[in-house]
Each structure stands twice: as structure tokens, then as C-alpha cells.
Design a protein around this ligand. Structure first.
Ligand code: C2E
Ligand code: MG
Ligand code: MG
Length: 639
């Protein structure tokens, strides 16, 4: 009725003034005209009647909105204010980056702003009169919308993330606030929805989440995500009563590729390995990179041990094919450790740990193979600890022995040197070969002491032979990778030579290819210093590592020892024959001697002689034996 409280006040005042004026005028008039006569009573009645009519008329006018004119000047300025406010609101409405959509109470769209058009791709004429269900993405279940209208009914407002569909059909996330508008009588008249497109935020959120859970190099799940997947898989396996397998893969000697060919090549190789592994597996298998050269595979349904073993073999075989990087062929082997749920472990953490132990077992057993986790492994670990303890005692109790294996000149067939090989005369276990305790000694640090002791024994023995008139060109001693990496090696060697008085030219130090290529710069410096002492240097087990030819050329080495693995197939295995030929040619081209180990048959010796190999060592010539048993007169015949 009244536009405002002020209007109502004005109307009441007007009514009061008119009433007073009327009653005042008529009262005076009547009093003057009729001095207390019956006429006066009649006229007062008429006056009252007119007053009532006047009042009624005024009320009718007021109800009809007539008093508006009373505040005409003020009303006009307020209208102008309102219009300005409306224009401002319209400008805000159009400029805002948020989409705005207004519907009537039947949820028919009655207004949209410019941002709405930009975000949704619709023009107003395409949406006006329609309901917002036009934008439904199908992303939310009916309950979602039911809950939304319940909230609107209860609190008059709803805010949340909602996925809608643009005109192009693209589904996108938006953050939306809807408010209910009510009229003066409290009746729902409109809904106003304000929303913003949050696809960009969602994308970066998604990207961040992806980065936190994936390895950036290979884009495979990382350790964190893999751990989660294992936990989920075990929970589901428990419910469905099925088995799972976890395979841990480690690339053999990958460090050498990194060191010899550079990290760039190493990274590309890792990427290539990841994509080859990815191709091997279908759904239900998760492949992850746990770090460095370590990958892991989770098979969500694997009931049989043989299934897991077959998969491990497939991985090993699959990685054997060369990788081509920059037109170069790179070869890499892998070791795999397997742990099974529920037979080996019941928790994700245990399963991972056991697969890791199995991997260690595979690596210790010579790499390029797989190993299963069984309870035996725990016993294996305990055995290692005991052995390390006993080995300490063995050194003190002088249970170690040095055996000597003859080395022959292939052309003259003469015995020209020996290799010193350590043994452990164990009080209960008998003669223990070095393969069973050298790796443990390397891990516990005892190897330094063992190598120093063997070197001293060997040098003393060589002096004793020389004193007895036995003419040998050299005595070879193995130097562990660990000791080779340390600078004290030089002091150790010079001290032993000084103490024993052996001519340094008679001492040959054998270093494995992996020790040299592990840290080529340190190796180079170490070798130069040792050469200054006058000792000879040989690379042992050549062909099993990743030698960089360029680096090999720079090394002050006098001899390459062909690994017995290549000699074993001679002369019938074409691959072995080809590799041996190449190594001999390589050594000759670099002015080095070639020495073949593991010669067990006359045919192997004949082939090697034929190819120009200089020296030979193996059971065919003689096994490693105590010094006293060496038969100096024996000169085996090749033909
Ligand atoms: P290696 O230096 O390559 O020594 C050659 C190995 O091949 C020896 O094994 C030897 O007995 C074996 N062998 C020789 N001829 C034949 C053959 O015709 N057929 C076969 N199947 N094998 C043959 P061993 O004595 O068991 O030594 C194994 C490895 O242990 C050595 O390989 C060497 O790497 C390491 N080692 C031995 N003694 C020492 C030592 O005093 N210090 C260090 N650090 N390592 C040592
Ligand atoms: Mg050796
Ligand atoms: Mg060897």
C-alpha cells in the first residue's frame, strides 16, 4: 500500500491536518451560528457525517496510492536513485566473470548474463523459457539434485561443485551458488544461480595429484601410488579369496650404463625399459617405477606360484632384446624377486619387503634370473649374519688358505704364472669356496683385511718359489671392487712389496671390469699410481660388464682376462666364438695380452691358440691347489 514508512507517516499527518482543519472550521462556524439551539445539534450531526465521509474518502484515496503525490519531489529523486542502482546492478551483472542465471518459481530461465553465454556457449534466446536441466551432464545421480533442492527449501541457499554440459557437449566442472528469492509475502518467486568455470583449477589439481603419484621420467606410478595399489589389491584379494603376486625388477649393472654413457642415455634407456614393460602387461597388472633402475609389478589375480615365475621369466626374456638408443644397441639384463600373497606375506608392507629380499637373492645368485621369497630366505639372511661373524674369527684363527691355479702360455705350453685364490678351511663345513664368503666379506668390510692377507701370502710364496729356483713370470692376486675404490690400496701394495722384497714386475693385480667402469676417473688415477710402483694390471672377467672402449684405451692395463662364461661354449657356440674373437682382436689392437680362463677341454685351448690368445687357465691345465701341490714339471700338451 505504502511504498515506505515515510509515505505512511506523510499520509497520517495529512489525514490529521485535514481532520483538525475540518473539525476546527466547522466547530467555530456552528458555535457562531447556533448558540446551543436544537439546530446546532442537527448541524453537528451533519458535520460528523461529512467528517466520516471525508475520512472514508481519504482512506480510499490513500489505499489507492494517492499519497504518492505528497512526496512527489522526494519520490522522483528516489526513482532516479533506484534506476541508477538498477543500471549499476545490470553493469555488474554483465561484467562479472561469474555466470548468472535467474529462473522463475517454475524453474524456467528468465535471465542470463554475458558470462553465462561465454561459459556455456548458449545465446539467451536458446535458453530463456527452458529449465536448467538443459545443461545436465549426467555426471550426478538423481539424489544429488534431490539433496540440492532440499537444501534450497530448508536454508534458501545451496553451494557446491557441479558438472554441467556446455553447448558444445563438453562436460565441465563449475562452482555454483543458488539462492531462493522470495516476494513480500514470503512466496518463492525466483532462483538465482551464480557459477564459475573451475575446469582450469581442476586441471591443475589433477596435474598436481598426478605429479605426486607418478614418476616424472617414465610417467609410471611411483612408490607412493604403488603402495596404495598394493594395499587396495590385498584388501580386495582378501574379500574375493584370491592370490596376488608382487614382482620387483632391478636392471643389472645399470649404474655402469649411466657412468660410461652418461645420464642422458641412462634416462632414455629407463624410459625404453618402462615402455617395453608396459607393453607386456594387460589390465589387472600395475607397473611402477620405485626409483633408480627398480621397477615393480603387481598382479592382482595370481593364484599359482608358477604363474608368477613364468611372468618373471617373460620379463627377463623381454628385456634381453637390445634397446636402440641413438642408433646404438644397448643390452641390459634384469633380476626379479617374487613375493606372493597370502603365502609369503599378509600385508602390503611385508609383501614389498619380501619381494625385495627375493630380489636380493636373485642378484646374489648371479643376476639375470628370478628368485622367489620363501621362509628359507629368512634362514638365508641369518646364515649370512652368522658367516660374517665366523669370518672374523676365521681371520684371527688363520683358517683362510691361499690356493694357486696355474696359468700357461698357450704357444709354448709352459707354465708361466699362477693366480692366487682364497679358500676358507672351515672347522665344520670343510673347504669353503670364495663365492660363499667373498660377497659377505665385501658387504661387512672384512674384504680389505682378507685381500691384504692374501696379497701378503702370495708375495711371500712367490719369493719362496723364486728362492727355490722356480721361474714364474707373475703371481696374480684379485683385488675386490671395494678395496680398489680406496686410495689406501697403493700404500697396502707398496708396503707388502717392501716387506716381502718381491720384484713389483712379478705381481699382477686383477681388477674386475665393473670395478674399473664403476668410477672410471678414480680407477684411472689408482691404476696410474699402481703402475708407478711397477706392478702389472689385468682386467678380470672381461666381457661381463659395460666397458667403454674409449676409457679402456686410456687405462694403463697390460692384460684382459676373457670371462670363463665365453670360453665355456668354445669352439661350437658361434656367439661365444665371435665374442672371444672380438676380445682378442680388441686386446691386440690396444697392445694388451689376452688371457682366457675356464679352459676345461683341449678343443677350447686349440681354438684360443688358433685365434691368437696368449695365455690360458682352467681345469684342463690344473685346478687351484695348495702351493706344495703344484707340479712344476707338468706341461700339458695341446695336440
Ligand atoms: P676369478 O678371479 O675369475 O677366478 C677364477 C675362478 O674360476 C676361480 O674360482 C677358479 O677356481 C675358477 N676356475 C678356474 N678354472 C676353471 C675351470 O676350468 N672351470 C670352472 N668352472 N671354473 C674354473 P674360485 O676360486 O671359486 O673364485 C671365484 C672368484 O672369487 C674369483 O673369480 C674371484 O673373483 C674371487 N676371489 C677368489 N679369491 C679372491 C681373493 O683373494 N680376493 C678377492 N677379492 N676375490 C677373490
Ligand atoms: Mg681372478
Ligand atoms: Mg675371472
Amino acid at each position: 500500500m505504502f511504498a515506505s514508512y515515510r509515505d505512511a507517516l506523510r499520509a497520517a499527518l495529512l489525514y490529521l491536518v485535514i481532520s483538525c482543519v475540518w473539525l476546527g472550521i466547522t466547530g467555530c462556524l456552528l458555535n457562531n451560528l447556533f448558540d446551543d439551539s436544537p439546530e446546532l445539534v442537527r448541524w453537528q450531526l451533519i458535520n460528523g457525517y461529512v467528517w466520516v465521509v471525508l475520512s472514508a474518502g481519504l482512506i480510499v484515496l490513500v489505499r489507492g496510492g494517492w499519497p504518492g503525490f505528497l512526496g512527489r519531489g522526494a519520490g522522483l529523486s528516489r526513482h532516479a536513485e533506484d534506476r541508477a542502482q538498477l543500471r549499476q546492478a545490470q553493469a555488474v551483472f554483465d561484467c562479472t566473470h561469474e555466470g548468472v542465471l535467474v529462473t522463475d518459481r517454475q524453474r524456467k530461465i528468465v535471465h542470463v548474463n554475458r558470462a553465462f553465454m561465454e561459459i556455456t556457449g548458449y545465446q539467451p534466446e536458446e535458453v530463456l523459457g527452458h529449465t536448467p536441466s538443459l545443461f545436465k551432464s549426467g555426471h550426478h545421480p538423481p539424489d544429488f539434485y534431490k539433496k540440492m533442492f532440499q537444501d534450497l527449501g530448508r536454508g534458501g541457499q545451496w553451494s557446491g561443485e557441479i558438472w554441467n554440459r556446455r553447448k558444445s557437449g563438453e562436460i565441465f566442472p563449475q562452482w555454483q551458488t543458488i539462492r531462493v528469492i522470495r516476494d513480500d509475502c514470503g512466496q518463492l518467486s525466483h532462483y538465482v544461480a551464480v557459477f564459475s568455470d573451475i575446469s582450469a583449477i581442476k586441471d591443475s589439481e589433477h596435474e598436481l595429484k598426478h605429479l605426486a603419484h607418478h614418476d616424472p621420467l617414465t610417467d609410471l606410478p611411483n612408490r607412493l601410488l604403488f603402495g596404495d595399489r598394493v594395499e587396495q589389491a590385498l584388501a580386495s584379494a582378501q574379500i574375493h579369496k584370491r592370490g596376488c603376486a608382487l614382482l620387483m625388477i632391478d636392471l643389472d649393472h645399470f649404474k655402469m650404463i649411466n657412468d660410461s654413457l652418461g645420464h642422458n642415455v641412462g634416462d632414455r634407456l629407463l624410459k625404453a625399459v618402462a615402455s617395453r614393460l608396459r607393453e607386456m602387461f594387460g589390465p589387472g597388472v600395475t607397473l611402477a617405477r620405485l626409483g633408480g633402475d627398480e621397477f615393480a609389478v603387481l598382479v592382482e589375480s595370481c593364484g599359482q606360484l608358477v604363474q608368477a615365475a613364468a611372468l618373471a621369466q617373460r620379463i627377463i626374456d623381454g628385456l634381453k632384446e637390445p634397446f636402440v638408443i641413438d642408433a646404438d644397441q644397448l643390452f641390459i639384463n634384469a633380476s626379479v624377486g617374487i613375493s606372493l600373497f597370502p603365502s609369503d606375506a599378509l600385508s602390503a608392507e611385508q609383501l614389498l619387503r619380501n619381494a625385495d629380499s627375493a630380489l636380493f637373492k636373485a642378484k646374489s645368485a648371479g643376476r639375470n634370473d628370478y628368485a622367489l621369497y620363501t621362509e628359507e630366505l629368512t634362514a638365508h639372511a641369518q646364515h649370512r649374519v652368522e658367516t660374517a661373524f665366523e669370518l672374523r674369527r676365521a681371520l684371527e684363527q688363520q683358517e683362510l688358505r691361499v690356493y694357486y691355479q696355474p696359468v700357461h702360455d698357450l704357444r709354448s705350453r709352459r707354465l708361466i704364472g699362477v693366480e692366487a685364490l682364497v679358500r676358507w678351511q672351515h672347522p665344520q663345513r670343510g673347504l669353503v669356496p670364495p663365492g660363499e664368503f667373498i660377497p659377505i666379506a665385501e658387504r661387512t668390510g672384512l674384504i680389505d683385511e682378507i685381500d691384504a692377507w692374501v696379497m701378503r701370502q702370495a708375495c711371500q710364496q712367490m719369493c719362496a718359489w723364486q728362492d727355490a729356483g722356480v721361474v714364474l713370470s707373475f703371481i696374480a692376486v684379485n683385488v675386490s671392487t671395494r678395496l680398489f675404490a680406496r686410495r689406501e690400496l697403493y700404500q697396502r701394495v707398496s708396503q707388502v712389496l717392501h716387506d716381502t722384497g718381491l720384484d713389483p714386475a712379478c705381481l699382477e693385480l686383477e681388477v674386475t671390469e665393473s670395478a674399473v667402469m664403476g668410477d672410471p676417473e678414480v680407477a684411472l688415477e689408482q691404476m696410474h699410481r699402481l703402475r708407478e710402483l711397477g706392478v702389472r694390471l689385468a682386467i678380470d672377467d672381461f666381457g661381463t660388464g659395460y666397458s667403454s672402449l674409449l676409457r679402456l684405451k686410456r687405462l694403463p692395463v697390460q692384460k684382459l682376462k676373457i670371462d670363463q662364461g665365453f670360453v665355456a661354449g668354445l669352439p661350437w657356440d658361434d656367439d661365444d666364438a665371435a665374442i672371444v674373437r672380438v676380445i682378442i682382436a680388441l686386446a691386440q689392437s690396444m697392445g694388451m695380452q689376452v688371457h682366457a680362463e675356464g679352459i676345461e677341454h683341449v678343443e677350447q685351448a686349440a681354438f684360443l691358440l688358433d685365434q691368437g690368445c696368449d695365455l690360458g687357465q682352467g681345469y684342463w691345465y690344473g685346478r687351484p691347489m695348495p702351493a706344495a701341490e703344484l707340479d712344476w714339471a707338468r706341461a700339458p700338451l695341446i695336440h
